[in-house]
Design a protein around this ligand. Structure first.
Ligand code: SAH
Ligand code: SF4
Ligand code: F3S
Length: 434
């Protein structure tokens, strides 16, 4: 039997798909990259914005055609099932498997008992998939989910409803997994959690995990996603400063620069708190690259509020940003209590404005790197051009090199010679420059 698995959404979903793949392959299934060949077609879905949800459901409807063969099973996994639960079977009666993010162990039973349809969207307070070794898809980066769920309940966000309550993996099991990853010669680990620095297991907190993983020999790069500003402690910064293998990059979601909007979002920090934190980060880690997430058009966002967001962008100088229009998610407190009252055109104009602003800022930051020598991990051949290699700096910037200058998986000392959009061009300096 063959399975096909497609993943949408955040890195947590990517990591979960590796758990799903492990469960399926341990049951004897073989992966295929061609859905036409598959006996089981699975879509691991994201519900964070309406568009994400629509995309997953559209894919599923597209795969409905493959069910002409009645033996072919179609499944929807992840955050959409966790949100929509039983409505799904009514609307999409052709789906055979509906599973939320905490139910994947059941896949084994489903396969052996062959009873469809099956729907399990219950969330668990304990499930950590701790003893399942993920079937890693990538050769150069290993995800480790160190905590699951979210207790923050930002008013716009569906995640606490799709992923349930916070729970953290035992410290020892994380370190053991890191050692196993080092043994497999994977050079990079990314620690994952919806609120990664809320990690709490016995007396262990997030800085302990960072430090423990940093001490594993052979792990050259450690990243983490996403910290919440409210749980950002001085100890995190101390540990980051102490260990060279923790990347000089922090993804620090801002969401809005207006204290009024931040309060309505239940982010539990103000504009000033955020800026103060950024200043502290920059004073301890002067070379830090900062990236962020921003939402525009949240209910009640005035031009003044939006100006605050622009102002924070100016003051911080983010290296990169993921930017979104507010999308009301049924069931969240914002969707229940606040009218989605910013017209589409205003939302869109604000989004275009910050995208342009960020693009200029990213280019300016990149321009400053021209002439510098930076360590780059070669990740692969460019999708667009076969004669180009693509690598990444520890600050998460893409660097394009001519093919033949290095091998995939190698760390190279690269001289930055120019910029290309939001990427960098580099070359291996001639020996005489050493
Ligand atoms: N746990 C992570 C983010 C999870 S979702 C964190 O707290 O940083 C990723 C991003 O999607 C969020 O940071 C936010 O910017 C955006 N997002 C979440 N819900 C949204 C919504 N309803 N509309 C628009 N963007 C949203
Ligand atoms: Fe959503 Fe907020 Fe939790 Fe992030 S911290 S997952 S934005 S509720
Ligand atoms: Fe999406 Fe679920 Fe991640 S809603 S962003 S896949 S936690």
């Amino acid at each position: 039997m063959k399975y096909y698995l497609e993943t949408y959404g955040c890195q947590m979903n990517e990591a979960d798909s590796e758990v799903v793949a492990s469960i399926l392959e341990n049951s004897g299934l073989i992966r295929t990259e061609d859905p036409k060949e598959a006996d089981i077609i699975l879509v691991n879905s994201c519900a964070v914005r309406e568009n994400a949800e629509k995309r997953a459901l559209a894919r599923l409807s597209q795969y409905k055609g493959y069910k002409k063969d009645p033996e072919v099973m179609l499944g929807l996994l992840g955050c959409v099932p966790a949100r929509k639960q039983d409505q799904l079977l009514e609307k999409y009666p052709f789906i055979d498997i509906i599973m939320g993010p905490d139910s994947y162990r059941e896949l084994k039973k489903v396969l052996s008992e062959n009873q469809y349809p099956i729907s399990n969207t219950e969330l668990s307070n304990q499930e950590l998939y701790d003893n399942i070794e993920p079937k890693r898809q990538e050769g150069l980066n290993a995800w480790i989910s160190i905590m699951r769920g979210c207790n923050q309940f930002c008013s716009y966000c569906i995640v606490p409803f799709t992923r349930g309550r916070e729970r953290s993996r035992p410290f020892e099991s994380i370190i053991n997994e890191a050692r196993e990853i080092a043994y497999q010669s994977i050079p990079q680990i990314t620690l994952l959690g919806q609120n990664v620095n809320a990690y709490k297991y016995k007396d262990y907190r997030f800085p302990d995990v960072l430090e423990g993983v940093a001490q594993v020999d052979e792990i050259r790069r450690i990243r983490f996603m996403s910290p919440h500003p409210k749980d950002f402690t001085d100890r995190m910064l101390e540990v980051m400063k102490k260990y060279d293998n923790i990347c000089n990059h922090i993804h620090l979601p801002l969401q809005s620069g207006s204290s009024k909007i931040l309060s309505a979002m239940n982010r539990t920090y103000t504009k000033e708190d955020y800026l103060e934190l950024v200043n502290k980060i920059k004073s301890i880690l002067p070379d830090i690259a900062l990236t962020t997430d921003i939402i525009v058009g949240f209910p009640g966002e005035t031009d003044e509020d939006f100006k605050d967001t622009l102002d924070v962008m100016d003051q911080v100088g983010f290296d990169n940003a993921f930017m979104f229009q507010y999308s009301p998610r049924p069931g969240t407190s914002a969707a229940k209590h606040l009218e989605d009252n910013i017209p589409y055109d205003t939302k869109n104009a604000r989004l275009q404005k910050i995208i342009k602003k960020q693009h200029t800022a990213t280019q300016k930051k990149n321009q400053e790197l021209v002439g510098e020598r930076i360590e780059v991990l070669i990740e692969g051949t460019s999708k667009k051009r076969e004669d180009e290699l693509v690598g990444r700096t520890e600050s998460d910037k893409l660097v394009i090199l001519k093919a033949g200058q290095g091998n995939i998986g190698e760390f190279m000392d690269v001289k930055i010679i120019g910029t290309a959009g939001v990427s960098l061009f580099g070359e291996i300096p001639a020996k005489s420059e050493d």
